[in-house]
Design a protein around this ligand. Structure first.
Ligand SMILES: [Zn+2]
Length: 162
């Protein structure tokens, strides 16, 4: 089991492109884990199956077969939430929580959970990596999460700039 500071180190040492390119990150992760990683929205039938089974469809999910890893994510949420969920799954991959598995039964997948320590490690990775993305996003003129502070800064910014 990785210590929190080891997870932080993984997040800090990953190469990052400016502007940030999720596909480039996923390609890098494929190299590291030694399995091709495919990133895609949930297939529509997965949402239907989850509903029929009465299971909640997680924001994102890793499915590892014997030869590849699929990171599936919901698209019915904000872009920053999607990215966080994807980075969380990337964290599980880089912390080696995901083992290649031939079982792709949807019911099993939706009910499979990691223990708390693994969930914390994946969150630590996602937040630490996003902390590095912050300045890059700002450079591109993209906004962080809307909040009172952002509004205040913008108001003052427009006053100062006339
Ligand atoms: Zn998780």
């Amino acid at each position: 089991m990785l210590k929190p500071r080891e997870v932080v180190r993984i997040a800090r040492n990953l190469p990052i492109t400016d502007p940030f390119d999720l596909d480039a990150l996923v390609a890098e992760v494929s190299e590291i884990v030694g399995l091709p990683v495919h990133l895609a929205p949930y297939p529509p039938q997965t949402a239907v199956e989850a509903r029929q089974l009465g299971e909640a469809l997680p924001a994102a999910l890793c499915i590892a077969t014997a030869s590849r890893v699929h990171v599936l994510y919901r698209t019915d949420t904000t872009e920053s939430h999607q990215r966080h969920s994807i980075l969380h799954e990337v964290g599980h991959l880089l912390c080696r929580h995901v083992t290649p598995n031939a079982d792709s039964d949807v019911r099993t997948l939706l009910r499979s959970t990691y223990d708390d320590a693994k969930e914390k490690a994946a969150e630590t990775f996602a937040y630490e990596f996003e902390r590095r993305l912050g300045p890059l996003r700002a450079q591109q003129g993209e906004r962080q999460e809307d909040g009172p502070l952002t509004d205040t800064i913008e108001r003052y910014g427009s006053i100062l700039e006339g």
